[in-house]
Design a protein around this ligand. Structure first.
Ligand code: NAD
Length: 291
């Protein structure tokens, strides 16, 4: 069994981006500028957004955090989105999800200019992804693709089972693994909460990608011997022994599943750090106007 070290791969990618930004500075080019919009004070969202802003600073990007109060109206948020679309100083931006329930998240996502949509959630970008055209690939699936590439894991002709059909992870992941490219060329089964006999499906997987958000849901008997297991899940479970008061758990029961795998990602330190590196990569693409 080989442990996939997402932290190390993410650091390497960030180092490459940092060098690229240093070069841009040297040639007096403007450096990429990412904005992040955060509404309200959800603890996990605050952590995610501040990690993204910090990562920008580390590689030399400019970053702007726009922190708005929980009670902001949908119209006010749409006006903020419009202002970011029109601001030539901003290359790309994200609106951190989830949004408060009085705001229609779809309406906000669809209002983001596709050219600045570094999360890759806009229908134009999802359509491009489905057609295999260059676009902003959502950060978590892009991070997973980069991990598979880094470890030179073979994918052609393999059976890949994705658990979860969300628009930010499972669905784009299934498109990427089935495309005619490397990594890709898999036969993909996309499973979800209505899938009958999930374990029967997962046991057939050469590559299993779990993104359902249920801690330690995947047990050893659900995994084929020698499978590659990518654990996307992150759930905070209360733990009084920790300073933070919680512990992070993946969707895979790591201790019992790991011995069966050829490769496995840990939680934390697997997919999570890659998501941020992928967002930086998308911001660089946005600044270079190559998408
Ligand atoms: P989501 O809640 O939007 O989607 C979950 C999906 O899992 C749904 O499609 C649902 O049908 C499916 N599902 C739920 N229960 C199931 C079951 N019993 N059997 C089969 N399928 C089932 O979640 P999401 O946004 O896609 O996130 C999934 C997990 O990944 C969460 O834990 C989230 O925190 C984590 N996540 C991690 C990163 C990262 O950077 N590592 C990024 C995004 C999401």
């Amino acid at each position: 069994m080989r442990l996939i070290d997402g932290k190390a791969v993410a650091e390497k990618i960030q180092e490459q981006i940092k060098e690229k930004v240093a070069e841009m500075r040297l040639q007096s080019q403007r450096v990429p500028h990412l904005a992040a919009v955060l509404v309200g004070n959800d603890g996990a969202s605050l952590t995610y957004v501040s990690n993204k802003v910090r990562a920008c600073e580390k590689v030399g990007f400019r970053s702007t955090l726009i922190h708005l109060p929980e009670y902001i109206t949908e119209a006010e948020l749409l006006a903020q989105v419009q202002a970011l679309n029109e601001n030539p100083d901003i290359d790309g931006y994200i609106v951190q999800l989830p949004l408060p329930s009085h705001i229609n998240a779809k309406k906000i996502t669809y209002a983001i200019s596709p050219d600045k949509d570094v999360d890759g959630f806009h229908p134009t970008n999802v359509g491009k992804l489905a057609l295999g055209l260059p676009t902003f690939v959502p950060a978590t699936p892009l991070g997973i693709i980069q991990l598979i590439e880094h470890y030179q894991i073979s994918t052609e002709g393999k059976h890949c089972v994705v658990i979860g059909r969300s628009h930010i992870v499972g669905l784009p992941m299934s498109l990427l693994m089935s495309r005619n490219a490397y990594p890709g060329n898999c036969t993909v089964t996309l499973t979800h909460s209505r899938t009958a006999n999930l374990a029967e499906e997962t046991r057939r997987a050469d590559i299993l990608i779990a993104a359902l958000g249920k801690p330690e849901f995947i047990k050893a008997e659900m995994v084929k011997e020698g499978a590659v297991v990518i654990d996307v899940g992150i759930t905070r479970l209360p733990d009084a022994s920790k300073k933070s008061g919680f512990v992070l758990k993946g969707d895979v029961a790591f201790e019992e599943v790991a011995p069966r795998c050829s490769y496995i990602t840990p939680v934390p330190g697997g997919v999570g750090p890659m998501t941020i590196a992928a967002l930086l990569k998308n911001t660089l693409l946005a600044a270079e106007k190559v998408v």
